[in-house]
Design a protein around this ligand. Structure first.
Ligand SMILES: Cc1ncc(COP(=O)(O)O)c(C=O)c1O
Length: 290
């Protein structure tokens, strides 16, 4: 494995950063999770744009322009010579001292890792999964804008522990006001009376690239879709429910907190959208030649 750190490639056991990096000390940095399907880096320009938007929001200056960052990702994929991988692209505030002030960090660090993705078994897509609501809350947009994909994922980690304890893969996170925000690493959708609904970003949902793709597909195949505030009541009484994310793609949910969703099997609308999404993944991106 060849890991990129600030212009140099390292073997896995040599890829190291300073203990004074503010990414480590304070979670001060931003990241992207990107999927490569058969040499196609899915929606790479949008991932890079989102990375720079997150960085701008936390006043973090990335030392290279966006087109060079695209080259970093493409080059990392090529060097690792595997057509289907998961990319973790990280920009930390860089090396400073133990003080909080980022003014002591002279240059941001860029890290790019290409690794195997632990995909969910196909059975989960055919049968759907169960989820629980976590007691750990997500932060709403009034406190911290959920569009910032920062290195601080502690709330999500705590909610993931709750999911694991409950024997489920994912947990629904509510915001401080009790509205549905998202899951630990996925956005959430429901279908109700033929319309797709997903929480607004302001309620604490990441501006997911898969979420975006699903909204576009819905528009294309004639399914009405919009953002709407949701409560647990809406989840329990949905006709269909699914999660979306780079790792999960679109995974149907058939049970929320022991309430059966719809008839307890993946909904027809969910499966139609998943099929359309899977057609998109090897087309809509930057193609890497090996
Ligand atoms: C908290 C959170 N929500 C939603 C998502 C899904 O976003 P995307 O579709 O861009 O992967 C992620 C993915 O990393 C995430 O970390």
């Amino acid at each position: 494995m060849q890991i990129y750190i600030d212009g140099t490639y390292y073997e896995r056991d040599q890829a190291k950063i300073s203990v004074f990096d503010h990414g480590l000390l304070y979670g001060d940095g931003v990241f992207e999770g990107i999927r490569v399907y058969d040499g196609c880096v899915f929606r790479l320009p949008r991932h890079i744009e989102r990375l720079y938007e997150s960085a701008k929001a936390i006043a973090l200056e990335i030392p290279i322009p966006q087109d060079q960052m695209i080259d970093v990702v493409v080059d990392t994929v090529r060097r690792n010579a595997r057509p289907s991988v998961y990319i973790r692209l990280i920009v930390t505030r860089g090396v400073g001292d133990l003080g909080l002030d980022p003014a002591n960090c002279k240059r941001a660090s860029i890290i790019c890792i290409a690794d195997d993705l632990k995909v969910y078994p196909e059975d989960y897509y055919r049968k759907g999964i169960k989820v629980v609501t976590a007691s750990t809350r997500q932060i709403g947009g009034a406190v911290f804008d959920a569009r910032i994909k920062s290195l601080n994922y502690l709330k999500n980690v705590l909610a993931k522990i709750e999911a694991r304890r409950a024997g489920t893969l994912e947990a629904v996170m509510l915001n401080d006001q009790g509205f549905v925000a998202e899951c630990t690493a996925d956005n959430i959708f429901i279908a109700r009376r033929g319309t797709l609904l997903t929480p607004p970003l302001w309620d604490g949902a990441l501006d997911g690239i898969t979420r975006d793709g699903i909204l576009e597909i819905a528009g294309r195949i004639g399914i009405p879709a919009r953002e709407e505030r949701l409560t647990r009541f809406d989840l329990f009484n949905a006709d269909e429910c699914f999660l979306t994310g780079t790792g999960a793609e679109l995974i149907p949910v058939v049970d929320v907190d022991d309430r059966r969703i719809g008839n307890g099997t993946p909904g027809e609308m969910s499966l139609r959208i998943l099929e359309a999404f899977r057609k998109l993944i090897t087309e809509d991106g930057v193609h890497v030649s090996f």
